[in-house]
Design a protein around this ligand. Sequence first.
Ligand SMILES: [Mn+2]
Length: 348
Amino acid sequence: MGQVNGSLVGAAGDVCWLRSDIALAAAARRQAGLLARSICLSEERVARFELCVTEMATNLIKYADDGSLALRVVRVRDRVGVECLSLDSGPGIDDVERALRDGTSASGSLGIGMGAIERLADVSGIHSLRGRGTVVQARFWADGQVPPPGPADTDGLTRPISGEQVCGDTWAVRAVVSDGAEALLLMMCDGLGHGPLAARVADLAGEAFRDSRHSRPETVLQDVHNSLRGTRGAAVAIALLDPAGQRVQLCGAGNISALVASEGTRTGLLSMPGIVGAQLPRLRCFEAAFPPGAALVMHSDGLSDRWKPADFPGLFTQNPSLVAAQILNQAAVRRDDAGIVVAMRRQP
Ligand SMILES: [Mn+2]
């Protein structure tokens, strides 16, 4: 195996959030075209992405109480794609399987058009909680090829506090060598406050995380701390995920929530009180098992930590983008930036 330290697996990029209103479909279609052309999707596939996004926008306006679309460029290792996520607060779909078959949604619910999205997109998904809300995903890879799954699949999502364009929360994932085997390092960072100054802190943390030569969570956190000196500071947690050893180790300072969900159980991983960049406590690592089928979820205090995996039946078999989107959809508080990162170990 080659040297993989410093190889970025994924990171938060710009996310364009569009709230549901009568202009949504036109705005979303325009944004979809811009993003798809920015990664040089073929014109035929640009048109398909636009069609998907228009369908998702139309569904939101017609059938959802309230909702938004998140459009973004996604990068996983050296691959690039575009994605649209639809998040709404209800009423939800009674029968997702049935909704995937076109025209069978007799009640004229959100389900209409879901079959078309599934056929058009390279990767699609839907997760619905009756009365609480639905998330829908459509992803197009630049070359149309779905990348093979890694040792653990990761993804995240950020949303700025309403009224701001930039987000002070960020996440990133890096491949490292730990004990001779490939492992993953994940960072969740919440720059204090919000707006451009918090986003600047998030950018610096992202750079420090990417450039760190280390693979131990506490050493990487120390590197991030050194880079954030003189800024307003951040809450940061770093997790080392070792698929071969089936363990996750976490070191955090400040208010970042982290838990491992596995077969209905939930193991919390503690962060120390402190402010990264200003007041770093004596660092300690906490450890939990990470067996096949487990999911590691880390998020900022822009999401309530009262949610429980048991409240999300069927979610943890979905892909990490959809998992991140539904937890953010259900648990985010509107008065802060929201950020979440998820790692999932596939069942063999
Ligand atoms: Mn916060």
